[in-house]
Design a protein around this ligand. Structure first.
Ligand SMILES: *Cc1c(COP(=O)(O)O)cnc(C)c1O
Length: 408
């Protein structure tokens, strides 16, 4: 070691300080590393360092010990081998589409896809000459008929957003594999817990190619972090997405990494608690006169329930997220449904889910779907995201709001 110059001026002395604490510190939570600049010991080391792998560090945007840790834990959660983090779930979706699609090529989306993914495809990807088609999530033959020689990417979602139809994900993944088209699953609902996206049959023979997860929801669990993850099991596919991720300049803040690393150990417990509470409320709502239909894939009779059962319900009660929708009977106006949402006191009005606070949101479904939905009852769709409150209080809240607005 060469002797450092002895700084005589305080400004220099505070930056080039000689003290280093002992390195053997071990707490329960991993340390939070913050960096744009990463220092190299010498020029030779700087020249040798690669940004693409986890053998070292080059620049804050390309990873810190904290981001590497979370990437590896999410890869384990998803059952994949490579993971990239993005500053939101939507950024993870857009990075995936931009990485895999070029001018003149085509992407297929389920009609009940997460709304901003549809908007991205129709509004932004279309400007770059990427074509799209919407397929029926409940009809594998419809998807088969829409795959053309130009199709490069099929988005899958299980269940679909808001209306919660559970597709035959196994048949969809098999079809994509047979036709040689990349299958990307939005796995935010399953969260790596309800089923294994890279091992749909449990024997290692079938999976999707890419699993995208909005860590904003269950992994964060707090309603206060935006983050997304893109997980693969294929090194070449990972490198391709990583290159686009790098060009887009996507970084994740260290404090947000810390929040998710801290919440991850309790995720399975929270998921299960919210599942139990959501199913209890969904079943109770099935018996209410103002409710025409309950859309929860674990309830018998819900659209795609058999597919949920086959994938997520192989053992015991199976697992489902704490999210469901109802169709309020068509005899109630959408203004009355709005009044019902406003009359709730514990369920608050807001987007997202997976946090401690229960949420409600009414939807204008016809504007969101390109095809008819004969499997849905007539009426207004309301989505509930169950938080961590006591389920008896949540049920009482639903009861008082229904009594106030629907029983006049
Ligand atoms: C919330 C969500 C996203 C997007 O996550 P953000 O972090 O809010 O951008 C994507 N897909 C699904 C299914 C979601 O629920």
């Amino acid at each position: 070691m060469t002797q450092k110059p002895d700084p005589h001026h305080i400004a220099t002395a505070l930056i080039h300080h000689a003290y280093a604490p002992p390195s053997a510190f071990e707490g329960i939570q991993p340390p939070v590393h913050k960096a744009s600049t990463v220092l190299f010991p010498d020029v030779a080391a700087m020249r040798k360092r690669r940004w693409q792998d986890k053998s070292g560090y080059t620049y804050g945007l390309h990873g810190t010990p904290t981001s590497f840790l979370l990437e590896e834990r999410i890869a384990t959660l998803e059952g994949g081998t490579h993971c990239l983090l993005a500053p939101s779930g939507l950024a993870a979706i857009s990075t995936t589409s931009l990485a895999l699609l070029s001018q003149g090529e085509e992407v297929l989306l389920p009609d009940n896809v997460y709304g901003p993914n549809k908007a991205l495809t129709l509004e932004l990807l279309a400007r770059y000459g990427v074509r799209h088609a919407l397929y029926d999530p409940l009809d594998v033959q419809d998807l088969a008929g829409k795959i053309t020689p130009a199709t490069r990417l099929v988005w899958l979602e299980a269940p679909g957003s808001v209306t919660m139809e559970f597709p035959d994900l196994i048949a969809q993944a098999r079809l994509c594999r047979e036709r040689g088209v990349a299958a990307a699953l939005d796995n935010t609902w399953g969260a790596g817990l309800a089923f294994a996206p890279f091992d749909l049959l449990g024997d290692g023979s079938l999976g999707v190619d890419i699993s995208v997860h909005a860590l904003t929801k269950y992994p964060s669990g707090g309603g206060d972090v935006l983050m997304g993850a893109i997980t693969t099991r294929d090194a070449a596919l990972h490198r391709r997405i990583q290159e686009t991720h790098m060009h887009l300049g996507l970084g994740v803040a260290a404090d947000d990494l810390e929040a998710v690393l801290r919440a991850l150990p309790s995720m399975a417990l929270r998921y299960q608690a919210q599942d139990v509470a959501a199913r209890a409320l969904a079943q109770w709502l099935q018996g209410q006169a103002s409710v025409a239909q309950v859309l929860h894939p674990a309830l018998a009779g819900a659209p795609g329930h058999g597919h949920w059962q086959a994938l997520c319900g192989r053992q015991g009660e199976g697992l489902a997220a704490g999210l469901f929708s109802v169709v309020v009977d068509a005899r109630f106006s959408s203004a009355q449904v709005d009044a019902f949402c406003d009359a709730l006191t514990l369920f608050r009005l807001g987007y997202s889910w997976g946090g401690p606070l229960s949420l409600v949101m009414p939807y204008q479904l016809p504007a969101m779907r390109s095809r008819a939905t004969p499997h849905l009852a007539h009426g207004t769709v309301v989505r509930f995201a169950v938080g961590l409150e006591d389920v008896r209080d949540l049920r009482a809240d639903l009861q008082q709001a229904m009594d106030t607005v629907f029983c006049q």
